[in-house]
Design a protein around this ligand. Structure first.
Ligand code: HEC
Length: 133
């Protein structure tokens, strides 16, 4: 009996996970969930510096998720250019950011990479150009 209900639970969980993957959320959701946290020594967040109702410390990213996403994809694409090799990714990976905050874990960096892979391919366009020469 015990084994059977455990199996059933596992199947239910797997179907729930499948349904989530199928819904195709915006991969930036998970990234913003980290960034929007208030800055603190034990926080991975940027709110209070780059994120807030108005500019505070450093480059202003915006307040809402849409504003912050637009900043990276439209206004400051230079920050995400190069994807995993971009300024944004390397600052977080190397621990330069969040300033006086807590480093993003490997799992959290993976969430960033998932989004970057979609909006800013890691291989520069030059490589594709090279290949067609
Ligand atoms: C305590 C304040 C503080 C926190 C928290 C913080 N930053 Fe920064 N950040 C700065 C300052 C100051 C600079 C240098 C000035 C600048 O270029 O914005 C900077 C620079 C940057 C830059 C380069 C900006 C540019 O225009 O070249 C990036 C990218 C960045 N931070 C990302 C982040 C991210 C992502 C977070 C949150 C996960 C974060 N920072 C958290 C203060 C902060």
């Amino acid at each position: 009996m015990k084994i059977r209900s455990a199996t059933r639970l596992a199947i239910a969980l797997l179907s729930a996970m499948g349904a989530t993957a199928y819904a195709q959320e915006n991969p930036f959701d998970a990234v913003f969930a980290l960034m929007t946290q208030d800055r603190a020594p034990d926080s991975p967040g940027c709110r209070g510096c780059h994120i807030g109702p108005g500019p505070a410390i450093g480059t202003y990213f915006g307040n809402t998720q849409d504003e912050v996403e637009m900043t990276f994809t439209v206004d400051r694409p230079d920050l995400i250019e190069g994807g995993r090799g971009s300024t944004l990714a390397s600052f977080l990976r190397d621990g330069l950011m969040p300033l006086s905050g807590s480093l993003w874990t490997d799992c959290e960096l993976e969430l960033l990479y998932t989004w970057l892979d979609q909006v800013a391919p890691t291989l520069p366009v030059a490589v594709a150009t090279e290949a067609t020469r």
